[in-house]
Design a protein around this ligand. Structure first.
Ligand code: ADP
Length: 384
């Protein structure tokens, strides 16, 4: 079949789905989005939109009937519906089988551990007493990390427990007793980094330059590439990312988030089986970006060059308050021709405090130069 006649189905019409479509459209491909919201970010540019509940099966069945391949921009979706479609012979990339394991942090960590990939120590917990047991000095000790096994994002679903007295509050805040929870040893990390990988159906792999990520309140704030890490850390991270691609067999783009410990060891925090916010730097920073390669992989084309054009810094633009969306400072940012900045606005009608509204990317000859310029823009370029 002519590659360019293929129809791609995308579960989720947020900014990541929209960015996939922009690349699919460059190749003239037909796109169908499944999202619960009629005016989602991708609605303005997809060819067809199916508005349906992502927890039910119907929307997925309708989507499968319209497209040649299904992919997704988000992992907290109905993996069982996708598994069923996969078993019927529909193409789902990354596979629904991999999604099912990855979307549960306990199962994900177990699979990583079994494959010999380093993760923080972790355990399933059901009660406050279970948590207290792991808080003991001879177990993981305090501080201790408590997580929901599914459904988390941007730090929602993660609680830091400082001492035994805070166990009850953390347990209640994450829905203990109702939701499945796990504890993780607290990693006193030096840096958080991520690796974006893309894999074809045939197993060819492209690994992007490692990104250094700075978070504020567990939400990604800034990505710096190349990461300011030692070569030995770089090599460990790349080896881990490669092994994960092999173990899960993910087709398309996925992201591995990692901790670099103070002693220079690398541990996996989590995998996202999709293009990732920390890979947005690739849009202008690399020759072929994470979305372009994702689209190429899922329709069966070879991957593009993932080399970095120049040192790159990406800064997220979050909503400041609950109000109609308004981006300040665009005129000034584009008016300063000394700064090579690319601004992305996701087209969301309303701002909410902390909501991802857009991002900007600065390229420069040096990392320090890119960081300086990106920092300067923070003062003028922001969403209300
Ligand atoms: P989410 O999927 O919501 O982003 P993460 O598991 O990535 O959740 O956790 C959010 C943040 O919490 C991480 O970026 C990191 O800063 C912190 N964190 C998570 N797990 C640990 C851990 N085991 N030790 C120390 N910090 C952690």
């Amino acid at each position: 079949m002519d590659y360019l006649r293929k129809k791609i189905g995308i579960v989720g019409g947020g900014q990541l789905g929209k960015m996939m479509i922009l690349e699919a459209k460059r190749l003239g491909l037909y796109t169908v989005v499944l999202d619960p919201v009629a005016d989602c970010s991708a609605a303005s540019i997809c060819d067809e939109l199916i508005v349906a509940d992502l927890n039910k099966d119907e929307g997925y069945i309708e989507l499968a009937g319209k497209v040649d391949v299904i992919t997704y921009e988000w992992e907290n979706i109905n993996a069982n519906a996708l598994l069923e479609l996969e078993e019927q012979g529909h193409k789902v990339y990354p596979s629904a089988k991999a999604l099912k394991v990855i979307q549960n942090k306990y199962d994900q960590n177990t699979a990583l551990l079994e494959a010999g990939i380093p993760v923080p120590r972790f355990a399933a917990v059901k009660t406050e007493d279970d948590i207290r047991e792991y808080g003991k000095k001879d177990r993981y000790g305090y501080p201790l990390i408590l997580k929901t096994t599914g459904g988390g994002y941007d730090g929602k679903g993660v609680a830091l427990i400082r001492d035994e007295d805070s166990v009850g509050e953390a347990f209640a805040s994450l829905g203990g007793g109702v939701k499945d929870l796990m504890v993780e040893e607290f990693v006193d990390f030096d840096k958080e980094i991520s690796v974006i990988v893309c894999q074809t159906v045939g197993g060819d792999r492209a690994v992007y330059p490692i990104a250094e990520n700075l978070h504020t309140n567990s939400i990604l704030d800034t990505t710096i590439v190349p990461a300011r890490i030692k070569g030995i850390v770089d090599a460990q991270a790349l080896r881990i990312a490669d092994k994960i691609a092999e173990v899960f067999g993910c087709v398309g783009t996925f992201c591995v988030e990692l901790f670099v410990t103070k002693s220079g060891n690398v541990l996996v925090n989590e995998i996202a089986p999709r293009p990732h916010n920390s890979g947005h730097y690739t849009i202008e920073g690399c020759f072929a970006n994470q979305f372009e390669n994702h689209v190429r992989a899922v329709i069966g084309l070879p991957l593009g060059n993932v080399d970095l054009r120049q040192p790159t810094v990406m800064v997220n633009l979050l909503g400041g308050s609950d109000c109609p969306a308004f981006l300040n400072g665009l005129n000034e940012a584009y008016g300063d021709t000394n700064i090579c900045v690319h601004v992305h606005s996701y087209g969301k009608a309303s701002s909410k405090a902390g909501r991802k509204m857009g991002h900007y990317t600065v390229l420069d000859k040096t990392i320090d130069g890119a960081l300086d310029k990106a920092d300067k823009l923070k003062k003028t370029l922001y969403f209300n």
